[in-house]
Write a protein that binds this ligand. Structure first.
Ligand code: ADP
Length: 439
């Protein structure tokens, strides 16, 4: 399947060649597929709207490619551009931008004027859409008399009036209360699922990311990473490597602006402790970051954990400091095998080393969970470990198979065993995933 929107090494510069020249987008490469619901997500000023303007055909990239439906919009004649902006793309703004002097129905019907549709036909189409989005009774009133939620639903109708393939939604719920937000989001979801529209949404709201197939995280005009939503069947095809959903992806929803390195730190801290105060946690985080980057040894780390709080340390008792240091060292060492396995899988080099790596990982997990297994169960657990490290199954699927009875090809584990096996194994995966790649 060809992407409906494709950019390659795209760069967008404001005030090109002037003294106040500003590069808002650098080296931006994405593929968005027909029918996908995706989000551009990132802090204010990171370039989300700039991407929208570029797609809309009003801000020409200075370098790189931008292809929409197989064509470069900047090669269009003026007439073709009018048709492109009316028919290919529908847009919804945070501030609605309804025309105050026109009735609601005329606002919705307006974009059809550029397509030369006769007035009665325009009105009929507009009314159908207003009905569909629950504002049919408002057609003859004026925008000033609508609530925020109603205004945005009118905007959705307007964006859809020429039945475009792509819907751009620029913070569509930014001005709405939570109930109206949910309504608008549900309509966008419906347009994606039922009408198979491609929806590209700008949002600041992490709570809305679950609507999307994929999230493009941006920062400082660049694409930071692409995260597929594990809860949605994907439209875009992935390398199975990249679909491995670890706690990192889950954490990245909670801490959307954190770098993958910071998320690794949070993940492990959360595993090690639940009962320290924030000052201690903060110091522990910083020390752990150094340890994860292999900047300090296990012994230096251990010493720092014992230093009293008033002297700038974490202030942990000796035995706790030792246990933590040993555990982190162990996870780091063991996660190396996950990393090696995945690297080999990436380049497709599989010899008998692969078998040994899986056996080692299996051993670590069993030892940590304090379980010994029959030969048969061990083989099944090994297959599960292999599938999970390869990214073929999700954490939930692994849990399910562990719980399932023996006669149904499960392992018949008790809940506490499932928890131990899965939580330790996910730590190894999280630390063993290479986060130097973007996606
Ligand atoms: P976002 O939508 O993520 O908040 P924008 O795409 O609006 O970010 O802006 C990206 C960067 O480009 C910002 O640093 C912003 O200040 C800058 N910028 C936006 N519009 C212009 C403009 N017309 N002229 C110069 N710089 C601009």
């Amino acid at each position: 399947m060809e992407p409906i929107i494709k950019t390659r090494n795209t760069e967008v510069v404001y005030n090109l060649g002037k003294k106040n020249e500003f590069k808002a987008i650098s080296d931006f490469s994405i593929d968005i597929y027909p029918g996908e619901f995706v989000s551009l997500f990132g802090p204010s000023g990171c370039g989300k709207s700039t991407i929208f303007y570029a797609i809309l055909g009003v801000l020409k990239p200075s370098t790189g490619e931008l292809i929409v439906k197989g064509e470069n919009p900047y090669a269009f004649s003026p007439a073709e551009m009018v048709s492109y902006q009316a028919k290919t793309i529908g847009i919804i703004y945070q501030a609605f931008f309804l025309i105050p002097s026109l009735s609601v129905i005329d606002n919705v019907a307006l974009p059809q004027t550029f397509m030369g549709t006769p007035y009665p036909k325009r009105r009929k189409r507009a009314q159908e859409l207003l009905d569909r989005f629950g504002v049919g009774s408002k057609s003859d009133t004026y925008p000033a008399l609508l609530s925020g939620g109603q205004s945005q639903r009118v905007s959705v109708a307007r964006a859809m009036v020429n039945n475009p393939d792509i819907l751009l939604a620029d913070e569509p719920t930014g001005n709405l209360d939570s109930k109206s937000s949910d309504q608008v989001m549900e309509y966008l979801k419906e347009l994606s699922e039922r009408d198979k529209k491609t929806v590209v949404m700008i949002t600041h709201n992490a709570a809305q990311l679950h609507y999307c197939h994929r999230v493009f995280y941006m920062k400082d005009g660049r694409l930071l990473r692409v995260v597929p939503n594990p809860d949605k069947p994907q439209i875009a095809k992935f390398d199975k490597q990249k679909v491995l959903v670890t706690e990192i992806e889950i954490l990245s929803k909670i801490y959307p602006y954190s770098q993958p390195e910071e998320l690794k730190v949070k993940s492990i801290i959360n595993y090690l402790t639940q009962d320290l105060d924030f000052l201690q946690l903060d110091r522990l985080e910083k020390a752990t970051a150094k340890m994860l980057m292999r900047k300090v040894s296990r012994d230096t780390f251990y010493e720092y954990l014992k230093v009293p709080i008033l002297k700038g340390g974490v202030g942990l008792p000796e035995d706790r400091a030792a246990a933590m240091s040993d555990k982190i060292e162990q996870i780091l060492k063991q996660s190396e095998d996950v990393r090696r396995y995945r690297r080999r899988m990436n380049v497709g080099v599989f010899f008998n080393r692969e078998e040994k790596l899986i056996n080692d990982i299996l051993f670590y997990v069993m030892e940590e969970a304090g379980i010994s297994l029959t030969r048969e169960k061990k083989m099944r657990l090994k297959q599960l470990v292999r599938d999970r490290v390869s990214g073929l199954i999700r954490k939930e699927e692994m849990e399910e198979i562990l719980k399932r009875s023996l006669d149904k090809k499960g392992l018949d584990f008790k809940p506490d065993q499932v928890f131990k096996v899965v939580s330790y194994f996910e730590k190894l995966l999280t630390q063993g995933v290479d986060t130097t790649n973007k996606s």
